[in-house]
Design a protein around this ligand. Structure first.
Ligand code: ASP
Length: 450
């Protein structure tokens, strides 16, 4: 069977197993679209109904997100400490690290390449300037100004911010990149000091086991949570796919589909013997939660659970997945590349080849600096938009336009971000004999939600 067909069948099987979560997404889209339409009808009764329904949906959705977010930090810390200390040997850690950087880089280079090719090939931005001007909601513009200003200061601090001044402060603020940096250094030290650190490792092993149990419990709320999140997003933002800029959205979706159904399967085939069917079936729950939450970080407990319960070793998952959820954002990079080229086309800026390459490189960097939270990739786009010859007014308009489409685009690119983390974890596990194929291929391990 062709690779992309295998991928499609795998997703079908995963959906069949989790039909209730899938049904929640579909019902959420339908109910959200109904509410959105309803809100256009401005009678007092309608407005009240719309308002209270939105409040209710928001509460249910936020409950679910908060429940998962609640365990992300204990989970990430314990997973990394246990994982690195179980790898022990610093040579093996180095090997994992190098492979991880290599595969994440290959996947992101493919993403920006596909983004650029599609945007340059299909010209989604041609002739839409008028539409962008009209659609730029005035109330968003102040927000946009501050986002652009914030990014200008942000770039120079990207590397400095890796190192926390005070790890406790980073933990309290949920600043994932610096938390991971600290925990990695701490875990290397634990691995080095050996026996004396055994109680600390045992402590984190218990925390890890407990957080995985909590993840199981939280998944009981997955269907109502995802229904509410999806319905809320569609109701507030609408589905603009059919509006005047449908070409832009179609190009983004095409890029994400190519990445998922063509690039990942090919990369898996070249670098490993991981069957794409099995991996995609294994991670479908995580992909659906990624869609609902639009957050790689919030999905991380699920991604780890899906991969570990189906045979990828803890050593690999605990190292590769938290780093991936924070640094590997290929879906975001692809979106940013298309969005920036789209805006330059809309404003008639002719791009030199070197500018196109610089957009791709900057999208790669900007996406890696995006946090795994909703909307992060849109804010860091300001880094890529700099210096392309757009006037400040055009920057603000363009940004405001992207804001209008943001939520649905974010939900889709987050699925891709999460999928690529699992793909890289599976390839590394295969290369390093860290995958239990008996478990991986055993239908029994796919029976539960996670
Ligand atoms: N929401 C995305 C994620 O969490 C990041 C982005 O905004 O692109 O992976």
């Amino acid at each position: 069977m062709k690779l992309h067909i295998q991928a499609l069948v795998a997703i079908g099987l995963g959906i069949k197993r989790n039909w209730h979560i899938f049904a929640a997404i579909i019902l959420g889209i339908l109910f959200g679209a109904f509410l959105h339409k309803y809100s256009v009808n401005q009678s007092a009764l309608n407005t009240k109904f719309y308002h209270y329904t939105l409040v209710g949906l928001n509460i249910v959705g936020q409950l679910f997100i908060r429940l998962i977010q609640m365990i992300v930090i204990p989970l990430v810390c314990s997973a990394i400490v246990v994982g690195i200390s179980s790898i022990g040997d610093s040579k093996q850690i180095g090997k994992f690290g190098k492979k991880m950087i290599l595969y994440y880089a290959i996947i992101s280079v493919c993403a920006v390449g596909i983004g650029a090719l599609l945007a340059l090939g299909f010209h989604p931005g041609d002739g839409v300037q008028g539409f962008i001007n009209q659609s730029s909601a005035v109330e968003i513009q102040a927000q946009v100004h501050s986002a652009i200003a914030q990014q200008q200061g942000h770039f120079s601090n990207v590397f400095l911010n890796l190192i926390p001044n005070n790890p406790i402060e980073s933990l309290a603020k949920g600043d994932m990149i610096s938390i991971i940096f600290f925990v990695l250094v701490f875990s290397f030290a634990i691995a080095k000091v050996g026996e004396i650190a055994r109680p600390v490792v045992a402590f984190f092993e218990s925390i890890f086991a407990a957080t995985m149990k909590v993840t199981d419990w939280i998944m009981v709320f997955a269907a109502p949570g995802i229904f509410a999140l999806t319905a809320y997003s569609v109701a507030t933002f609408g589905i603009n796919i059919f509006s005047g800029i449908s070409k832009f959205f179609a190009v983004v979706i095409a890029g994400l589909i190519i990445q998922f159904f063509v690039i990942y399967p090919i990369i898996m085939k070249i670098f490993s013997k991981v069957p794409v069917m099995t991996l995609y079936t294994a991670i479908t729950e995580a992909l659906m939660v990624a869609f609902g939450t639009a957050s790689s970080s919030a999905t991380l407990p699920l991604t780890i659970a899906c991969c570990e319960k189906r045979g990828i070793s803890h050593k690999v998952c605990s190292f590769v997945l938290p780093l991936g959820a924070t640094l590997n954002m290929d879906g975001t990079a692809l979106f940013q590349t298309i969005a920036v080229i789209f805006l330059t086309q809309a404003y008639g800026v002719v791009l030199e080849p070197v500018q196109i390459i610089s957009i791709m490189v900057l999208a790669f960097i900007a996406s890696s600096t995006s946090a795994g939270i909703p909307g992060a990739g849109l804010i860091t786009i300001a880094l890529v938009l700099n210096g392309l010859g757009l006037t400040p007014q055009q920057l603000v308009e363009g940004f405001a336009f992207l804001f209008a489409l943001e939520r649905i685009a974010d939900m889709l690119r987050t699925m891709i971000n999460v999928a690529s983390d699992a793909v890289v974890a599976a390839i590394i596990a295969d290369n390093e004999n860290e995958i239990n194929y008996d478990l991986f291929n055993n239908p029994e391990s796919y029976k539960d939600i996670i």
